[in-house]
Design a protein around this ligand. Structure first.
Ligand code: SIN
Ligand code: MN
Length: 293
């Protein structure tokens, strides 16, 4: 999938690109079908919501689930990022966010690069997210919200929020958000939320400010996020466990475009469980706890 010049300009201006219905319903179904078994596992890689047993985020499924291992190598997800960064990419983070019906909690306003810089010592913002919807996303089930153009501010001041939700995040104060929204057009386009059918995809800049509210609707909003980082920009610290911030900087080799509907063989290194080394962490920037073989 080659991006057009107009798409590149749109990305530079707004900080994201939206591709409604990029994956077919049949492709989305192969992924949705695999989610309940992953969420049922009692493992550290399933982070549950603060006040319930519902899974908020499942991490690193591409290392132990064949459908998600194929998605992690899908050219429709990986190639636009390789093109925009003009470099090969590796998987920095892989997550399946539940935002389940009635239970899915908020994601506070943040930039992903804020966390990747502060926690993982990722040198620059040359990384980005690609999200694919596994359920239809509408205005009621907690769609992602973006402040268009906010990526051009670079890294904005953030605070480490350890209490609002079950997942620690570097979040941005309300006053800063109000100014960014005003600058982006206030009530006329200062916040946007791409909505569409299951299979829709969003590519967004690592400095784009985003959030989502809770899901009070009866509809799940499961989405998968690939955080892809330019290989030369790999993280320099392993302060977070490996299932959250990966330590294997090998460039992703894509599979053919039909890889969600054909059983191409994929390596599943954590098929029989997560290695103990994946839980080891260090605050020392120089420590290389485990570079994957
Ligand atoms: C994220 O910002 O990483 C997730 C937001 C969401 O799933 O709504
Ligand atoms: Mn985020």
């Amino acid at each position: 999938m080659r991006l057009t010049q107009a798409q590149r300009e749109q990305f530079d201006r707004d900080g994201y690109l939206f591709f409604p219905g990029l994956f077919t319903p049949a492709e989305a179904r192969t992924l949705v079908a695999a989610v309940p078994a992953l969420y049922a596992r009692r493992e550290a890689f399933n982070v549950r919501e603060k006040d319930s047993d519902t899974v908020r985020t499942n991490f690193a499924a591409h290392l132990y689930s064949a459908p998600f291992a194929r998605l992690a190598r899908h050219p429709r997800m990986v190639q636009p990022v390789t093109e925009l960064l003009d470099e090969e990419v590796y998987m920095h983070q892989f997550k399946i966010n539940g935002k389940m019906a009635f239970e899915g909690d908020v994601w506070q306003w943040h930039q992903d690069y804020g966390t990747w810089l502060n926690d993982d010592l990722m040198p620059t913002e040359r990384a980005m997210n690609v999200a694919v919807f596994l359920d239809d996303v509408n205005e009621y089930n907690g769609p992602l919200m973006f402040i268009p153009g906010s990526h051009r501010k670079g890294v904005v001041e953030a605070r480490h929020d350890l209490t609002t939700t079950s997942y620690p995040l570097w979040t941005i104060d309300d006053g800063v958000i109000a100014k960014l929204v005003e600058r982006a057009g206030g009530k006329e386009g200062g916040i946007v939320s791409p909505k569409g059918p299951a299979g829709s995809m969003i590519v967004f800049h690592s400095c784009l400010v985003h959030a989502s509210s809770s899901n009070l609707s009866p509809w799940n909003r499961v989405s998968v996020y690939l955080s892809l980082c330019a290989v030369s920009n790999h993280i320099r610290r392993c302060k977070r466990p490996e299932y959250i911030a990966h330590r294997d900087f090998t460039p992703i080799a894509c599979l053919p475009d039909d890889c969600l509907t054909k059983d191409y063989p994929v390596d599943l290194p954590w098929r029989d469980g997560m290695p103990a080394s994946a839980l080891a962490t260090s605050s020392d920037p120089l420590a290389q706890i485990r570079m994957a073989a």
